[in-house]
Design a protein around this ligand. Sequence first.
Ligand SMILES: [Zn+2]
Length: 266
Amino acid sequence: MTPGRALLYATSVGAIGLGVRSVTRGAVPVEVAAGAVVAFASVVMAGVVEPRLGMFADVVNRGEPRPDAPRLALTFDDGPSLEHTPRVLDALAAAGARATFFVIGRKLEGERARLVRRAHDEGHAIGCHGHAHDRLFALRSARRVRDDLKTALAAIADVTGSATSLFRPPIGHTNPTIASVAEELDLDIIGFSVRGYDGTARADEAKVRARLISGLADGAIALLHDGAERDDFTPVAPAILPDVLGAMRDAGIAGVTVSELIAPVD
Ligand SMILES: [Zn+2]
């Protein structure tokens, strides 16, 4: 059982216990009841915003380490970007590394679609990051979640000629609806084990570089961004990627796609 699910069950058992106690031995003071409601809501919210807890969905946050051939998966969200994705692709090609691009479906047109085709042709994996990159995705109905993902998946298949099974929810939130639609569409929900907090306009290049390089480990999934969701700032990942790839080379860790990282060993 994941830590998040254990926490959810424990909190639920506590809530039921409190309810039973209220019925059998008289109502608990209002402050106790209010505290219990706040605590339960906080636990549920933590499960929605922190997929690494694995509360509502089975999220893949890392691969099995392979000491004989260490590798990790670099992942790039929120692209493609005409300006930034080519720099990422060039750096990966120069280092002989593969990566995974979690693309936003609505961005897959014209030149940007051609960039994604280039990434696919160069051996990188293309994953789904939603069509609209809806920030309220975790509040939407199953039907709306399904429609959004199907639209994005069709756009990806159209560009690359093959279906993807990799899915990273927009802004990383998961809940039971997103988990069940992902299962219905045969998608693996991909989280991460290391991040540089590079996905904002205020991201500090030196700090992002240091966080990522200190988190490089066999089996890791690293979260980076090759685009800004609304194309309104320059992501720092393209600038620091050569250093990250250099650190991987020095540590003897290869860059592989998420699909390669999580494939069962035969
Ligand atoms: Zn995103």
